[in-house]
Design a protein around this ligand. Structure first.
Ligand code: ZDR
Length: 279
């Protein structure tokens, strides 16, 4: 099976062209391929599939390192879009992609024949507690609500970008004990589908520093949907402007929550190597 390996801000993925043939078991394949010692090594695998919808050329599925399927992946969809564009799977720089978070629209930014970045219309954030899902808030928003983890009280703002996010503003992102507390957020009883958690330090109204504990993947160097959720959470708490630069462990993303309620994310996507899977 041929594959390509990609990264966006250091969040890395194996991309598989599954349009003609699908693996028998995505879950098992994700666990094996993502293993950094016995496999290829990645934060997830992404399948390129034909869409099930009219007028949508492609469908994306993403599986985490633990084999669980996520609805969406922000860094992954940029890699997916660049691959589809460069491999001629689509005939324009902007096209629709079917995802578990609905139909999203990436735009491959090309200047002088070179791909510079990928900008993605990530759709509208979901803010109703039951829909994120976070229990205990009904259809209300979850903005700076108390959450007790490991005996400490935090304030969470919850946002779904198709996948669930819990955003925690902290004074010092670098010093936050993310490895110790990250899993306790992920598996907290308030999150019926578990959660991705972002620990965010606001530098000023247009710059934030974000670290992430990802559902099903642990600490990663970046999280695209998390950067979008962070921006929405920052605006809802009046900590930042609607357009910000998000500094992640592995790079920078620019995120803008525009007036029509859509969130746009812009960032890099790079192919690192191509190979053949033999296991
Ligand atoms: C966070 C993520 N890497 C991205 O860039 O958006 C998405 C991966 C999926 C995530 N671990 C989840 O929702 O289970």
């Amino acid at each position: 099976m041929k594959f390509t390996k990609w990264q966006g801000c250091g969040n890395d993925f194996v991309l598989l062209d599954c349009r003609a043939q699908e693996p028998a078991d995505y879950c098992e394949l994700a666990i094996k391929m993502c293993d950094r010692h016995y496999g290829i090594g990645a934060d997830g695998i992404i399948a390129v599939l034909p869409s099930t919808l009219p007028d949508v050329p492609l469908r994306m599925r993403i599986f985490n390192t633990d084999g669980s399927e996520a609805e969406m992946c922000g860094n992954g969809i940029r890699c997916f879009a660049r691959l589809a564009y460069e491999q001629g799977m689509v005939d324009s720089e902007e096209f629709k992609v079917e995802t578990g978070a609905g139909v999203l629209v990436p735009h491959v930014v090309v200047e002088n024949g070179q791909v510079q970045a990928v900008r993605v219309d990530m759709g509208e954030p979901i803010l109703a507690g039951d829909d994120i899902p976070v229990t205990g808030f009904g259809s209300g928003r979850v903005i700076s609500e108390p959450l007790t983890v490991a005996g400490q009280e935090f304030h969470m703002t919850c946002v779904s970008m198709g996948n669930p996010h819990c955003v925690i503003f902290v004074d010092d992102a670098e010093a936050f004990p993310i490895f110790e507390l990250g899993p306790q957020f992920e598996h907290h009883g308030r999150f019926p589908r578990k959660t991705n958690t972002e620990f965010v330090e606001v530098k000023d109204r247009t710059h934030v520093r974000m670290r992430v504990w990802e559902r099903g993947a642990a600490v990663t160097l970046a999280c695209g949907t998390g950067a979008c959720a962070t921006t929405v959470a920052g605006v809802l708490n009046d900590k930042i402007d609607r357009k910000v630069e998000v500094q992640l462990d592995g790079g920078k993303l620019v995120v803008e929550w525009v007036a029509n309620n859509h969130v746009f994310m812009t960032g890099p996507a790079e192919q690192v190597f191509a190979g053949e899977w033999q296991a």
